[in-house]
Unconditional design. Structure first.
Length: 221
């Protein structure tokens, strides 16, 4: 019973405002040591300002390096879907403090309701981000939800990728990438991709595979 009690306390401590605030400040401090190089950002921002809608898409492996810079987008009131797991609660707390509206859900739990919320928010703000292979992978496999989201909102999909001159990779399902302090980090936005809405399952799968084939070469092995 003592072990169960300690585990319960630890779980709630990690999700507490105090811990999440500490983690947010730590990430900001750590991120400021990175030398960011931002590429091809103006095109999709011009699309939003012209009345268009944008869905930024990344691999789970690479989202950490974008946290600092993505605070610059708080003026758009963007949204992002994050899983209902305990880890997701912590990440959601950091995202909220960065100016992002979080919607809790994933392909494994609460996905349909979360997708509806993201659609509603995206139609209002014209900007959202999506982790295409999260929260559990497999790594490098684009889930169908991102294509449905683009169809429902008429959004263009803009992949973004992270590379670094020096970093660590964790022994996790996604080989999570953490750039080393003071390393040079390149954040590159790809082209604006438009996927026409379809009810045909074969065409839908072709679109999903097209996005996967475009994004997969930028995974860090």
């Amino acid at each position: 019973m003592k072990d169960v009690h300690l585990k319960f306390q630890k779980k709630h401590l990690l999700k507490s405002d105090l811990f999440v605030s500490f983690l947010y400040r730590f990430i900001r401090t750590y991120s400021w040591t990175l030398r960011l190089q931002i590429e091809n950002e103006k095109k999709w921002q011009a699309h939003i300002r012209a009345g268009g809608s944008v869905l930024l898409c990344a691999w789970h492996q690479q989202f950490f390096s974008a946290i600092r810079h993505f605070q610059e987008y708080r003026c758009f009131k963007p949204s992002i879907m994050i899983s209902r797991s305990n880890d997701g609660a912590i990440i959601a707390g950091v995202a909220e403090r960065s100016g992002w509206h979080t919607v809790r859900g994933s392909s494994s739990k609460g996905g349909a309701a979360a997708l509806r919320d993201v659609i509603r928010n995206l139609r209002r703000s014209n900007l959202a981000a999506h982790i295409v292979d999260g929260p559990r992978g497999p790594a490098g496999e684009v889930k169908a939800g991102v294509i449905r989201l683009a169809h429902q909102t008429g959004s263009v999909i803009v992949p973004f990728y992270v590379s670094t001159t020096s970093g660590w990779q964790f022994n996790s399902w996604d080989r999570f990438l953490l750039p080393k302090p003071f390393s040079k980090v390149r954040l590159h936005f790809g082209p604006l991709l438009k996927f026409t809405a379809t009810n045909d399952a074969t065409t839908f799968e072709e679109q999903r595979l097209r996005l996967e084939n475009i994004m997969r070469p930028n995974l860090v092995p």
